[in-house]
Design a binder for this molecule. Structure first.
Ligand code: NAG
Ligand code: NAG
Ligand code: NAG
Length: 476
């Protein structure tokens, strides 16, 4: 009885906070003047051009090709790459880029333009399920998303010959680069399927198990102090104060996470948040993502919008040089908008749920590390103390001005989760969207260059060539 009352109360609180958040966004949008302003002719034209640049399958984007990989159940992934499947010209490391919310492969457009990275490696920038030009899922739970993503990575490794060892050539290195949700999923893979890559480069996304632990610790110590205060309320004001202080980072995170509560609302309300007020919410996010340095042109704004909303009707008619098209679900999703798909990662527990690995996945992962008896964590539950611990090398680049994630809650105690050969590098001038911000993307580019090389130098020194303020927070 008591617990059902508490549950109902929790649902009410989530609902109210979600509605409140949407109301705040509406007020901000009206105040900024975006709410009632439809697109100008110039904006309309720039959006068409940007969609054509990013999504027209018949042409290259800055020398990269559009390709598709079909995995089980006919699920089609869209990605861009500099390599031809099966060709012997593929060389160097394989670098797979995973974007976050609300983006697509195109969040990596600045880093993918780097000639050095393209010369020395095979790059693959994929659209996550439900985003850009990839098929969508019915449910975006952890098992559904991670199964598909793992199949994609295994398939790409195969397609580009990573696991073929000819004439005792050293195996090619695989690097997974992730931002936001891409980083969250990257952390999960590094923990639960570490065979997939030799190094994970993850930026401004949470190691969820750690963050949850940090929040739980703060809440429980605050609760203890509050109980002490409650026993003797008249004589222990300072303890009340301390219990609030102990909770301040959680409260800050809660304030920054309003949008996540809004995403839990009924579908029509979430749709309204995504498209209402002339796309004010997305415009607001895109402007933030561009960072404070450098100008923000109409072209930039429309390119970000094109990245978020994916291929349009026109692009769905286009065909790649080997005769492939976007799957029919993309054309369908395009009509109603892809916002619900993209926020379903938050709604369906892609971060919180257990990943029940299929037999196929377990077998595929096993096949990637012959002779190396690495334990897959298919048997570990959430309350296992080792849950979330990484088992592959990781380099974490953290924009300290992140406006979506509290840096302390995200990073405190992270050293315990990392293996030898891992680092955490703090970027003090960078916010959440490190792959977009001018300085952040420079740092990321350097980290990728370092990883596709021999990793001989200190990664901080390599990054410091373009970002002198970068500091080492953890080195293992
Ligand atoms: C979008 O802008 C137009 C002006 O072009 C305005 O008439 C309309 O009300 C706006 N849409 C919303 C949902 O406010
Ligand atoms: C896509 O690009 C091709 C090649 O540049 C061009 O001919 C075609 O018109 C474009 N398609 C659409 C729908 O824009
Ligand atoms: C991790 O990185 C270290 C240092 O670069 C390296 O010696 C080690 O072999 C790497 N481990 C794996 C599993 O790749």
């Amino acid at each position: 009885m008591m617990s059902s009352v508490l549950k109902a109360l929790a649902v009410c609180l989530v609902f109210c906070y979600g509605v409140f958040t949407i109301a705040v966004y509406v007020v901000i949008a009206v105040f900024n003047g975006t709410f009632f302003r439809g697109p100008t002719e110039k904006e309309r034209l720039e959006l068409l051009l940007a969609k054509d640049r990013l999504w027209n399958l018949s042409k290259q984007w800055s020398g990269l090709d559009h390709r598709f990989l079909t995995v089980s159940d006919g699920f089609k992934f869209h990605y861009v790459t500099n390599a031809t499947p099966g060709s012997h010209a593929t060389h160097g490391s394989l670098v797979i880029f995973l974007h976050g919310f609300p983006d697509s492969w195109a969040i990596w457009r600045h880093i993918l333009a780097s000639p050095l990275i393209r010369e020395r490696s095979t790059v693959v920038a994929v659209d996550l399920p439900g985003y850009g030009g990839s098929d969508g899922l019915e449910v975006y739970g952890a098992s559904e998303v991670l199964e598909k993503l793992t199949e994609f990575i295994v398939g790409i490794r195969e397609q580009y010959g990573v696991d073929i060892s000819e004439n005792n050539k050293p195996a090619r290195k695989v690097i997974i680069v992730g931002h936001d949700w891409g980083a969250l999923l990257g952390f999960r893979l590094a923990s639960e399927a570490p065979q997939l890559a030799n190094r994970f480069i993850l930026t401004n996304g949470p190691l969820f198990a750690l963050m949850r632990t940090n929040i739980a610790l703060a809440v429980s110590s605050s609760a203890k102090m509050f109980k002490t205060f409650w026993r003797n309320p008249l004589h222990s004001h300072s303890i009340l104060f301390q219990s609030i202080i102990a909770l301040r980072r959680v409260l800050r995170q809660l304030a920054m996470s309003g949008y996540i509560f809004a995403f839990q609302l009924p579908v029509p309300m979430v749709r309204y948040l995504g498209a209402g007020g002339n796309h004010s919410f997305l415009k607001f996010v895109h402007k933030q993502a561009a960072g404070a340095v450098g100008e923000y042109t109409i072209r930039d704004a429309e390119e970000s919008m094109a990245s978020t909303i994916g291929p349009g009707d026109e692009e769905c008619q286009t065909v790649t040089s080997d005769g492939e098209q976007y799957p029919p679900s993309v054309a369908k999703r395009q009509k109603a908008g892809n916002f619900i798909d993209t926020v379903s990662y938050y709604r369906d527990g892609a971060a919180t749920r257990r990943w029940h690995k299929s037999l196929r996945t377990i077998t595929a992962l096993h096949g990637l590390s012959p002779g190396e008896p690495r334990r897959t964590s298919s048997g570990t539950g959430f309350f296992d103390p080792s849950a979330g611990t990484l088992k592959a090398n990781a380099t974490i680049l953290w924009g300290a001005l992140d406006s979506a994630l509290d840096s302390h809650l995200a990073l405190e105690g992270i050293a315990d989760y990392l293996v030898r050969g891992s680092q955490v590098i703090t970027l003090p001038k960078t916010g959440h969207f490190s792959p977009m911000e001018v300085e952040g993307r420079g740092a990321l580019e350097k980290a990728v260059e370092w990883a596709i090389g021999d990793e001989k130098r200190d990664v901080r020194d390599v990054i410091a060539e373009v970002y002198p303020e970068a500091t080492v927070a953890v080195r293992k």
